[in-house]
Design a protein around this ligand. Structure first.
Ligand code: HEC
Length: 140
C-alpha cells in the first residue's frame, strides 16, 4: 500500500519536471528570434493587397516574383543575388532595406524615380520592415 503511493507521487513529480522543461524550451525559442526578421511573416506581408497603418499599396501590387515579369516595378525574382551588387559597399541586406525606406536613393535601370511607393518608412513598423527584408533575402 505504502509502496504504490510513493510510486504515484514519483510519477507526479516526473510529470511536473517534464512540464517545466517544455515551458523553458518555449522561452528560449522566443529570445533566439528577437534580433532577425521573420521571413515567413515577411512573405505574408509581401502578398498583402494593402500594408501598414495608412493602407499603403502592398508590394505584390507592383512586384512579381516571376522572372522578368514587370507589373509596375521590377520582378523580385533573384533579388537577393543581385542586391549585393547594386550599390558599391552596400550588402544585399542594406540595399534591400534602403530600397524600402528610401526608394529614391537608387533607381533601378529602366524605371522612373517615384515609381515605388514613398512612405513605407513611416507606414510600416521596424519589425515589419525587418520581416520584409528577411523575406527578400530568400529570393535568390
Ligand atoms: C506603386 C508601386 C510599388 C509598390 C507598391 C512597391 N514598389 Fe518596390 N519598386 C517600384 C518601382 C517602380 C521600383 C523601381 C524604381 C526604383 O528603383 O525606385 C521599385 C524598386 C524596388 C526595389 C529594388 C529592386 C531592385 O531590383 O533593385 C525593392 C527591393 C523594392 N522595390 C521592394 C518593395 C517592397 C518590399 C514593397 C512593399 C513593402 C514595394 N517594393 C512596393 C514600385 C513599387
Amino acid at each position: 500500500m505504502m509502496k504504490s503511493k510513493s510510486i504515484q507521487l514519483f510519477g507526479i513529480a516526473l510529470l511536473l519536471v517534464w512540464l517545466a522543461a517544455c515551458g523553458g524550451t518555449k522561452g528560449n525559442d522566443a529570445t533566439s528570434q528577437e534580433s532577425a526578421g521573420d521571413a515567413a511573416e515577411g512573405k505574408s506581408l509581401f502578398y498583402q493587397a494593402t500594408i501598414g497603418d495608412g493602407d499603403a499599396p502592398g508590394c505584390v501590387t507592383c512586384h512579381s516574383l516571376e522572372l522578368d515579369v514587370v507589373i509596375v516595378g521590377p520582378s523580385q525574382a533573384g533579388l537577393a543575388t543581385r542586391a549585393g551588387t547594386r550599390v558599391p559597399n552596400q550588402s544585399a541586406e542594406e540595399y534591400i532595406r534602403n530600397s524600402i525606406i528610401e526608394p529614391n536613393a537608387y533607381i533601378v535601370d529602366g524605371f522612373a524615380e517615384g515609381g515605388m511607393y514613398q512612405n513605407y518608412a513611416t507606414d510600416l513598423s521596424a519589425e515589419q520592415i525587418d520581416d520584409l527584408v528577411a523575406f527578400a533575402l530568400t529570393l535568390k
